[in-house]
Design a protein around this ligand. Structure first.
Ligand SMILES: *Cc1c(COP(=O)(O)O)cnc(C)c1O
Length: 377
């Protein structure tokens, strides 16, 4: 089982009907993780399939979201000014070089639309985040996958796969779904090896979770030139996935292109208000980092004790490796029956793995108990 499917041919085959631009119908559909499982509807499932924050979000963000309900008849601030200033203040970045989007997915899409088209190549690592290749196809560009080493981005391989057609290089650091990361010096080596006209996008969706020495979200590389962009999201540690909110830190030329392509009111007022409160609530982020690290360690060690392979992860999820694809999908089905939702990884080229989001202590226990029963059965 994979998490993408091709669109049915019949959708494109109605004689005389409008035909989408080249590439659109070649794009596989992204199938999000399910949020439903278990036989007993009175027991809520443990949703460990989408790397959401199991602690929810900042209470101040919910309050700000509710207050935004009073002004639903007004258009949002098209420049997300207060939010960009709050992000800039908290992260020590120039708000004029920040652009907000409806999730970082929107910004990734706009970057691809701005810099790639038919015949161009969009480079990513073999098990890189799926939206890079899916979205590249929608504009008629060709996604190119560079092999990884030990499930991590290999800078030499990335550089070896740059061609005259390469327009954008995506690196998720750390990467989803592998949980691996590369140090700042390696990112610099990648940037230094790229032609100046190739855009390097550093997707730091999980930056807040990383405690490793030598890790950097990529901001210094953005400052150092004209061809590096960093993207961030409020969907993961901030726990605001439902609101669709992300941002990018970018050089002037890229900001200009994104500013022309994005729709004028791409971020809702409620998302902006909640985002301002969320980014200022550092206590919630610190607690989330702490509890994640604790439960990730426990999940990793217990999975290993169950005999499963667990590649090192610095994120809020881990991969669990089974003997083969059949074992991984049987485990996934068994877990679903017990109300525990994980994610199969066939679409990422990792068919013998499940990706498991680090849940609350209770959710981790439910997952481990169910897996222990599965492995006994
Ligand atoms: C979840 C995720 C995103 C997308 O986040 P949104 O802001 O919700 O669109 C981007 N990149 C990676 C690597 C992710 O895992």
């Amino acid at each position: 089982m994979t998490t993408t499917t091709s669109r049915p041919d019949s959708a494109a085959a109605v004689a005389g009907a409008p035909i989408p631009r080249p590439g659109v119908l070649d794009a596989p559909l992204y199938v999000p993780g399910t949020h439903k499982a278990g036989d007993d509807p009175s027991v809520p499932p443990a949703i460990l399939s989408a790397n959401e924050n199991p602690l929810g979000c900042s209470a101040a963000a919910i309050e700000a979201y509710r207050a935004a309900g009073e002004t639903l008849h007004r258009y949002p601030d098209g420049g997300s000014i207060e939010l960009r200033h709050a992000i800039g203040e908290v992260h020590g970045l120039d708000p004029e070089r920040i652009v907000c989007g409806a999730g970082s997915d929107e910004l990734i899409t706009l970057l691809i639309r701005a810099y790639a088209g038919p015949g161009d190549e969009v480079l990513h690592s073999r098990h890189g985040f799926l939206m890079y290749s899916i979205t590249a196809r929608t504009v008629g560009a060709d996604p190119v996958a560079a092999p990884e080493t030990n499930l991590a981005t290999d800078v030499d391989q990335m550089l070896a796969h740059v061609s005259a057609r390469t327009k954008i290089v995506f690196v998720a650091n750390p990467n989803n779904p592998t949980g691996s990361w590369i140090p700042r010096a390696e990112l610099e080596r990648l940037r230094d090896g790229l032609p100046a006209h190739v855009l390097l996008v550093i997707d730091s969706a999980y930056a807040e979770y990383v405690e490793a020495d030598g890790y950097d979200d990529g901001r210094a590389l953005v400052d150092a030139g004209e061809n590096v962009v960093m993207t961030r999201t409020f969907s993961k540690i901030y726990g605001l996935a439902a609101l669709r909110l992300g941002w990018a830190y970018a050089p002037a030329g890229v900001l200009d292109a994104l500013g022309r392509l994005r729709s004028p009111f791409n971020v809702s007022s409620a998302a902006q208000a909640a985002g301002v409160a969320a980014v200022r609530d550092r206590a919630f982020i610190e607690r989330s980092v702490r509890e994640n690290a604790e439960q990730r360690l426990r999940l990793t060690q217990s999975l290993q004790q169950l005999g499963l392979e667990v590649p090192p992860s610095v994120c809020n999820f881990v991969l669990a490796g089974f003997a083969d694809e059949a074992a991984a999908s049987a485990a996934n089905r068994f877990l679903l029956g017990r109300g525990v939702i994980t994610r199969v990884m066939g679409a990422y080229g990792l068919p013998r793995y499940l990706r498991i989001t680090v849940g609350t202590g209770e959710e981790v226990t439910r997952c481990l108990d169910a897996l222990a029963d599965f492995l006994k059965s």
